[in-house]
Design a protein around this ligand. Structure first.
Ligand code: NAD
Length: 693
């Protein structure tokens, strides 16, 4: 099995250097390759068929499939012809690598117009011509465009005004292609290689060891299914070094008032306007130590709570950005640290020396550091156990009734005086990818045919996956400073102005609507907005409830108020429809993968129990998806989910895997009220409201 089995790839300038290496690598991965090359010299003079023929022969000798193309990328008809060779020979085109290039260097004052135009023509117009000719064939089934930029275009290089302008133009073109072609499942990226070829043979600083074969893997990756979600990127490659180029914008300076800046003011403020500085952390006092973690790790075993951990065993690797790694072993009722990364880890925790040192010293709240992404782990269950079994604040918190997840108790934070009402978060763009809509439908046991095929719709609750990142951004926003340990999802109300369809490119936004300080806790309401091609398609209001008394409200009656909020409202007359749904034994695990909501209380029984629950609980939004399906099957002929317009719920109680849920529905025309109960008759969703088209 090759990574490119079944795919047809067109590579321009594939008769030499980098293009040849890409063609051979693609063929080795099972692709059928159109090997295009004009066969000219390095500066674009002359032409011939031997370069393309030679590479085709090499591919055939490997047992691969390839056909030559001798057209110039500068000729729009030639570009159409290249694409036709692919579609006539193999009936499809899955990828284009715009690689053809020439060099005609010279400093700007000496560069004549022919020099300027010829280089722009091959690189920039050539990339345009071939992409233009190929785009319909690519869009037919999804595919990839890989363009070629250069350090010269991304940063600049003496003597290459023409070449740098062309390569920067290709960058801009690629960014726009990435935005516009997502809709059809077509990605667009650049490579910016440095490799020894005839183009660089006379440049000493290009090392002989940096070969075209070092660049080929990233191109294959971007053409393959492995690179399917990657678009709009520029990958720099030099030997075995891979990196990205990105344009960054600094914070800048906003002049107060309505008066425009004066040139003199700009001159006086230039340093601040152009600064990218971020606050530099205070350097540690005392003599510099080569490995700041050596001292920190001495303290870690002492924080271990053997009585809590019982016979728990684990090997945890700590990988620090700025310090040598450490291994923490837990077993036989003790914990000990070893230098280096030793043994097979159950979990790898990545962080930096300052963060981990701060956690161990009690100056950084581990929970918050985790939520801000300063700590990551590849096994949440182990991370949570690490948090439960190590107390770095033992003396300070000796009287605390139970260990807080992830370490330390920071001093109680007062709520901010003014909430950032109206604050917006930008979630960028996300594709509605069929593999994920199908996964989501399967994880909610919804087998409707509307989710299959090229015109498939997304399940009504699929937006949860798209907005996961934004919900996380709100919950962890430093200006809100919410206590994650007390946060529960209270309500969710979504309106689909039209159903999401596969390959929709959704622009994601969120806005803070209100923060109510109640005696029982904070009620944080946000709005989620999804636009497709500038039109609002999806709109959701979501409420987080942060349990516990707030400064602004009297303490003591929190429990009563929280119960009052959850009190179910059930109409007096018997329901018009009743639908029963069985929750699978593994449902929360399957839903975690499909929705990306893999909070440990849904997937790690020990963590769930430590949080006072009998076992892992089902994600509320999954229960909501079940209720939506019950409403659809009760109210919509053919049970077509695209007719569900609005679904609104209040989450009243947790649901366990294996539960039997009964949705009771009261219909009023196109609107329905509903509640969901578990097998014990507990209301788990109250205040349900649905509207169909
Ligand atoms: P190369 O000269 O070895 O290969 C370029 C190929 O493009 C040649 O076979 C040439 O015949 C072909 N070509 C030129 N004009 C053409 C046209 N009009 N139509 C069709 N084919 C044409 O150079 P290379 O180093 O392999 O460069 C490949 C690409 O990588 C170029 O776009 C180049 O700008 C880019 N690049 C290379 C480096 C490097 O370090 N080699 C660095 C940055 C960018």
């Amino acid at each position: 099995m090759g990574l490119l089995d079944g795919k047809v790839i067109l590579i321009t300038g594939a008769g030499n250097g980098l293009g040849r290496a890409y063609a051979l690598a693609c063929a080795r991965e099972g692709a059928r390759v159109v090997v295009n090359d004009l066969g000219g010299t390095r500066d674009g003079a002359g032409g011939g068929q031997s370069a393309a023929d030679q590479v085709v022969a090499e591919i055939l000798a490997l047992g691969g499939q390839a056909v030559p193309s001798y057209d110039s990328v500068t000729d729009p008809d030639g570009a159409v012809q290249m694409v036709r060779i692919a579609t006539d020979t193999w009936g499809r085109l899955d990828g284009v690598v715009n690689n053809a290039g020439i060099l005609r260097d010279g400093t700007f004052r000496k560069m004549d117009e022919a020099q300027w135009r010829s280089v722009l023509d091959v690189h920039l117009n050539g990339t345009y011509n071939v992409t233009r000719a190929a785009v319909d064939a690519l869009a037919a089934q999804g595919g990839a465009v890989v363009n070629t930029s250069s350090i010269s275009g991304m940063i600049g290089n003496f003597g290459q005004a023409n070449y740098a302008a062309a390569k920067a133009g290709i960058y801009g073109l690629t960014r726009v292609l990435a935005l516009e072609l997502r809709k059809w499942g077509v990605t667009a990226n650049c490579v910016a290689p440095i490799a020894k070829t005839r183009m660089t043979e006379d440049i000493d600083r290009v090392e002989a060891e940096w070969t075209p074969d070092h660049v080929a893997p990233i191109v294959v990756y971007l053409l393959s299914e492995l690179g399917r979600g990657v678009t709009g990127r520029v990958f720099g490659v030099r030997g075995n070094h891979l990196h990205v180029y990105e344009v960054h914008v600094n914070d800048g300076v906003e002049k107060p008032g309505a008066e425009p800046w004066t040139p003199a003011e700009i001159a006086a403020t230039l340093d601040a306007i152009t600064s990218f500085d971020v606050p530099v952390p205070t350097p540690p006092t005392g003599a510099p130590v080569a490995d700041p973690m050596a001292e920190v790790f001495v303290r870690v075993p002492g924080a271990f709570m053997a009585d809590k951990a019982g016979d728990y065993k684990a090997t945890i690797h700590f990988v620090f950005k700025d310090a040598p790694g450490r291994t923490l072993r837990i077993g036989d009722g003790r914990a000990w640290a070893e230098a280096g990364l030793v043994g097979a880890p159950d979990c790898t925790i990545k962080t930096d020396a300052e963060t981990f040192g701060g956690i161990v010293n009690g100056t950084i709240d581990a929970q918050k550091a985790f939520m801000k992404g300063r700590i990551t782990a590849d096994n949440m269950g182990v991370l949570m156990k690490f948090a439960m079994y190590f107390r770095f604040d033992r003396s300070a918190a000796a009287e605390a009734p139970a260990p807080a997840p992830i370490v330390a108790a920071a001093p109680a934070q007062a709520p901010p005086k003014t909430w950032p009402i109206g604050k917006t978060w930008d979630g960028g763009f996300a594709f509605v990818e069929p593999r994920y809509t199908e996964l989501y439908a399967a994880a909610t046991d919804d087998s409707h045919v509307a989710y299959l095929g090229p015109d498939a719709v997304a399940p009504p609750m699929f937006h949860v996956r798209l907005f996961k990142g934004l919900l996380f951004a709100i919950a962890t926003d430093p200006e809100l400073d919410l206590d994650m340990l007390r946060l529960v999802h209270g309500e969710h109300d979504v309106t689909l102005h039209r159903p999401l369809r596969v390959w929709d490119l959704v622009q994601l936004r969120a806005r803070l609507v209100s923060v109510e300080e109640k005696s029982s806790g904070l009620v944080v309401t946000s709005q989620l907005l999804g636009y497709v091609e500038g039109t609002l398609v999806i709109e959701a209001r979501t409420v987080f409830f942060i349990r516990g008394p707030t400064k602004a409200a009297p303490q003591g009656d929190g429990e009563k108020q929280s119960k009052a909020r959850a009190a179910p409202a059930e109409p007096a007359r018997p329901p018009d429809f009743t639908r029963e749904i069985k929750v699978g034994r593994e449902q929360s695990y399957r839903y975690a993968e499909a929705s990306l909501d893999d909070n440990p209380i849904h997937v790690d029984p020990d963590t769930a129990r430590a949080a006072g629950l009998p076992d892992v609980i089902l994600q509320g939004l999954c229960t909501m998806a079940f209720a939506g399906r019950a409403v659809v099957s009760a109210m919509i002929p053919g049970r077509d989910p695209s007719f569900l317009k609005r679904l609104s719920v209040r989450f009243a109680r947790p649901v366990l895997n294996g539960a039997t849920l009964t949705t009771q529905i009261w219909k009023k025309g196109r609107v329905a009220e509903f509640i969901v109960k578990d097998e014990l008759g507990n209301v788990v969703i109250s205040n349900g409201l649905a509207e169909v088209r």
